[in-house]
Design a protein around this ligand. Structure first.
Ligand code: ATP
Ligand code: MG
Length: 394
């Protein structure tokens, strides 16, 4: 009895105009993720089917669980679309299953199949009742739900349902540039952006020798976790040391964070242009720290007209943490290495900065050449998903 993985697109179905693009992107992503497995993939307008070797099933499921654009999937028995063949397979399948109550739900997508869904429900229900003892139909709370999909050449019978990762296939939107620090929030923001179909490049600002190589490794490990949901990730490491030192030498301490973040945004915009990204993504969350009040955001955001996505802007910290745990970044994020933002934290960062003051502070040093240099000398690391567990830093 041959089984296939039957994939339902979910949210995709609502995207009428772009449907083919969405489906072909999803197919490409699934093929990428299942590289190395001996599988065949087929698709039609509302379903995708994967033929696989039974011994690979668990590993394939693990991969599929990280592919956005899959709403739900089933491990389904495949049979030719012929009433006798369907009945015969159903009888064989239910014989081996242990249940007391059941319900049959038929979906007839093949409108040329002569028996209508409702009639098929009764017919197949009757077949099950006749071929197994001690069972009855329960349409409200059946122990076993038997789903039958009548499609063109083949039909499918299944009893299980697995939730997919949801969202849109990565690549259905243009690229975004994720500001990835070693903290809890930005990896979660990256995950949420990927889930909307946005492929990401990551950008990490480091200030060696004030920050350590361990801090950079932490960001590499976080990128690997995000790479599970997409292909390889390009992590651009920006040397931020000179800029940061100049800020702390010249600007009023209370404005250092504001100015530092304006510099980061300027560099992000230039990197976005350099690497063809259309937006900046970060882990800012309204009110979380001084630089994330709305007034601060407005002053920091002034330096760019590029859209800035803040996927966790309105999440509570606990909500962010629970997502971080779900995507397995939390234990890496809480490792104690200093980030460039934490090394230089002033005693009293301004909570309500003014634009005028920010401009005055920036007149105190010539930052343009430093920004050009940082963009020019960016160091790109290609990060791939790894199967072994993160351990060397723990
Ligand atoms: P996170 O937990 O993501 O580090 P945070 O609460 O510590 O966030 P901030 O340090 O104020 O907040 O940073 C806000 C956002 O700015 C981060 O979520 C991240 O997107 C970006 N950011 C901060 N520091 C860096 C850095 N060193 N490199 C890249 N992006 C950074
Ligand atoms: Mg941080």
């Amino acid at each position: 009895m041959k089984r296939v993985i039957l994939i339902k697109y979910g949210e995709l179905s609502t995207k009428k105009g772009n449907r083919n693009f969405f489906i072909s992107t999803l197919e490409k992503n699934i093929k990428n993720k299942l590289e190395g497995f001996d599988v065949s993939i087929f698709k039609d307008r509302s379903r995708m089917y994967i033929e696989f070797h039974e011994s690979d099933l668990d590993k394939i499921k693990e991969k599929l669980d990280c592919v956005f654009g899959i709403h739900m999937y089933h491990i389904a028995y495949i049979v030719e679309t012929n009433i006798d063949a369907i009945k015969e397979l159903l009888i064989r399948l239910v014989k081996d299953l242990d249940f007391k109550t059941f319900k049959v739900e038929v979906k007839r997508s093949n409108k040329s199949f002569p028996i209508h869904s409702q009639e098929m429900n009764h017919l197949l229900g009757g077949v099950v009742l006749k071929n197994k003892e001690g069972i009855s139909v329960d349409v409200h709370h059946p122990e076993l739900l038997i789903k039958v999909e009548i499609r063109n050449q083949n039909s499918y019978i299944y009893f299980n349902a697995y939730n997919g990762a949801g969202g849109y296939p990565v690549g259905t939107q243009p690229k975004g540039m994720l500001m990835l620090s070693g903290g809890i929030d930005s990896p979660v923001s990256g995950y949420l952006a990927l889930k909307r179909g946005i492929p990401i490049d990551c950008v990490y600002f480091e200030a060696i020798p004030h920050t350590s190589l361990e801090a950079r490794n932490k960001v590499i490990e976080l990128s690997k976790k995000l790479a599970k949901y997409t292909n390889e990730i390009h992590l651009h490491v920006v040397n931020f040391t000179k800029i940061q030192e100049e800020i702390y030498k010249n600007c009023h301490p209370n404005y250092c964070i504001t100015i530092m973040r304006r510099m980061m945004y300027r560099i992000m915009e230039k990197l976005a242009i350099k690497y063809h990204g259309l937006c900046i993504i970060n882990g800012e969350s309204v009110g979380q720290v001084a630089s994330q009040t709305l007034t601060s955001m407005r002053v920091i955001n002034e330096v760019t007209c590029m859209p800035v996505l803040r996927p966790v802007a309105c999440f509570d910290k606990l909500e962010i943490i629970s997502l971080a745990k779900k995507i397995d970044t939390y234990n890496i994020s809480i490792l104690p290495y200093e980030d460039c933002c934490t090394v230089f934290v002033p005693k009293h960062p301004v909570i309500n900065p003014s634009l005028e003051q920010a401009h005055l502070e920036e007149e105190k040093f010539d930052f343009e050449p430093l920004i050009e240099e940082a963009v020019l000398e960016v160091n790109t690391i290609v990060v791939k998903e790894e199967n072994h567990e993160f351990s060397d830093l723990l």
